[in-house]
Design a protein around this ligand. Structure first.
Ligand SMILES: Cc1ncc(C[n+]2csc(CCOP(=O)(O)OP(=O)(O)O)c2C)c(N)n1
Ligand SMILES: [Mg+2]
Length: 563
């Protein structure tokens, strides 16, 4: 018999899969779902020690003798605090103690409820990681809990081993039991260490790649990385893998797929199963495309490897099966030689679909009236090659990704947290250390928010600022939700009538403006001419209603076209 509590069932299953079978239990009521489950499964070897302080030290000794992680289990309240001395000792002796504390639901903390203390992160200074599992048992909460447990168990034994803490809030009834097997759980494996893979690991990864029919490699945001592009191209050539990237990934090989957002929108509408990958490999930072996330969360690959020298467990697509602690270039170079030649069917299908979507975009953009989307096309044609492009958050980054990359340009954007508060300051800082031309394209609200970016003495002649003045936060009209709200105009769009001219002049920048296609072409010519010998700001005025209509229409057409 085991407890009916699903998080505890998952915990037991994951401990078993990791071979962690030694437990030291201290009696209590809140931890009864753990006691019942662990003692109800013959594979666990459960000891009992009443005093938690001594129990934790006992486990430490057991772990030292067996050279294996040992788990300790206690109830809520001061029981958990009594583990602290042994947890500190384990931390400084590098012993992988797995600390499992039962807790009350958070809504009872500090509410004059018995055996209730603030348990979250109580051993913060002496554990490699501490988590609190969710209380609810929805599909999302169970996925979240399993990911937290996987990550903690991996961290306890990887690199320098050490204690981890899993705090587990549990709600009454606590004592219900079922006669059942443990659930199927997904183990997130860890491969590689200190930036390299063993020969066996390389062989086994290459074998999985060789056996996969549809391989999707997703490149997130990253700085230009010499050698990465050719390592990827080598693997594509051999295996037929599809590499998808956004401008911020700073890749440009034409064999790769670079128009993700519109492409995914059209695939979502069609028959996603045709495009659903068997093996997903991700690396780098975040991707902007929302439809990509939607597509992959709905059509989960059977394996997802995330490459991360730091060992981060990014499970963005809810399908993570392996974290490989190595950088992308080294991995692709190491496995390419060993991979068997694969067919290119998946690659050809996605490439030809991308060609169709790009063609549709080109025709669409050539026929639209003056608006943000049109302005981005014209800007893209004029930015000099080999320069640096900084994209403001909100709609500028989305428009830029719809259009082709500027050849040879490097792209940057504050996508770590997607704030609109420091886009221009970041670009100014970058430009101050760069001998290339730096263009920042940002929205009007973002510009005014961060106008103090210009309040320093490091503004050089290599800086070009393009403000897309669409009278407020247009993004809120482009996405579903805010635009249907009665508060849309007043509190989302936030109409803005201030202009950038006064600020540009106050900070000593040349000022140009454009209100239509003609004016924009002329202004861009001047803006990027060799005669422009000091920093300049170009303000482009567009109409919010037109922008929003055109943006939605492009995605609508991409979908209809593929039905
Ligand atoms: C610091 C910060 N505050 C608020 C937000 C929420 N936010 C996202 S986009 C946006 C509007 C930006 O408007 P604008 O810069 O004019 O760009 P547009 O969408 O109009 O092109 C806001 C307020 C944010 N991302 N960062
Ligand atoms: Mg705006």
């Amino acid at each position: 018999m085991i407890s009916t509590k699903k998080h505890i069932q998952q915990l037991a299953a994951l401990l078993l899969k990791r071979g962690i079978t030694d437990l030291v239990i201290s009696p209590g009521s809140r931890n009864s779902p753990m006691i019942n489950t662990f003692s109800g499964i013959a594979d666990f070897s459960c000891r009992t020690v009443v005093d938690e302080r001594s129990a934790a030290y006992f486990a430490l000794g057991l772990s030292l003798a067996k050279q294996k992680p040992v788990a300790i289990v206690c109830t809520s309240g001061t029981a958990a605090l009594n583990y602290a001395p042994a947890v500190a000792e384990a931390f400084y002796q590098n012993i992988p103690l797995i600390v499992l504390t039962a807790d009350r639901p958070d809504y009872w903390i500090d509410q004059a409820e018995s055996q209730c203390i603030r348990q979250e992160n109580i051993y913060q200074n002496f554990t490699k990681k501490g988590v609190s599992l969710p209380l609810g048992e929805s599909e999302k909460e169970l996925w979240f809990g399993a990911r937290q447990i996987n990550e903690c168990l991996n961290i306890a034994i990887s690199g320098t081993p050490g204690p981890i803490h899993i705090n587990i809030p549990l709600e009454e009834p606590l004592h219900l039991l079922v006669e059942s097997e443990l659930p199927e759980v997904k183990v997130i494996e860890l491969a590689g260490s200190s930036g390299s893979l063993s020969v066996n690991e390389i062989a086994s990864l290459a074998e999985t790649v060789s056996q996969s029919q549809k391989i999707l490699i997703l490149a997130g945001q990253m700085n230009p990385t010499p050698g990465l592009e050719s390592a990827l191209a080598g693997l594509v050539e051999k295996s037929g893998a599809v590499v998808m990237h956004e401008h911020l990934s700073n890749l440009s090989d034409p064999q790769f797929v670079g128009s993700i957002d519109a492409l995914m929108a059209s695939i979502l509408e069609e028959s996603p199963l045709n495009y659903h990958p068997d093996l997903l490999i991700t690396f780098g930072g975040q991707l902007v495309s929302k439809s990509l996330k939607q597509f992959l969360r709905k059509n989960k690959p059977s394996q997802h490897w995330h490459l991360s020298p730091g060992g981060e467990h990014f499970d963005t697509y809810q399908s993570l099966t392996r974290v490989i602690r190595i950088d992308a270039k080294t991995l692709f170079e190491s496995i390419s030689e060993k991979v068997q030649p694969g067919d290119k069917n998946y690659l050809h299908r996605l490439k030809s679909k991308e060609d169709r979507v790009n063609q549709l975009r080109d025709e669409f953009v050539s026929n639209i009236e003056f608006c943000d989307m049109k302005a981005f096309e014209l800007i893209g044609q004029c930015i000099p090659t080999n320069s640096v492009v900084h994209l403001g958050n909100s709609s500028p980054v989305r428009y830029a990704l719809i259009h082709k990359r500027v050849e040879g340009a490097s792209y940057y954007s504050n996508r770590g947290t997607a704030g609109i508060d420091g886009c221009m300051s970041t670009a100014v800082g970058f430009a101050s250390q760069s001998d290339q031309l730096n263009t920042i394209i940002l929205g009007d609200l973002s510009f005014f928010y961060d106008s103090n970016a210009l309040w320093n003495k490091y503004i050089g002649a290599n800086l070009r600022i393009i403000v897309i003045h669409n009278s407020g936060g247009n993004i809120f009209g482009m996405i579903k939700g805010p635009s249907d709200s009665p508060a849309y105009a007043e509190h989302f769009l936030t109409e803005n009538t201030r202009k950038a001219e006064g600020l540009a002049l106050a900070f000593g920048l040349d000022y140009l403006k454009a209100e239509n296609e003609n004016e924009l072409s002329q202004a861009l010519g001047k803006f990027y001419s060799p005669e422009q010998r000091q920093a300049a700001l170009l303000e482009i005025f567009t109409d919010a209603e037109v922008n929003i209509r055109v943006f939605r229409e492009l995605f609508k057409q991409a979908k209809i076209n593929e039905k």
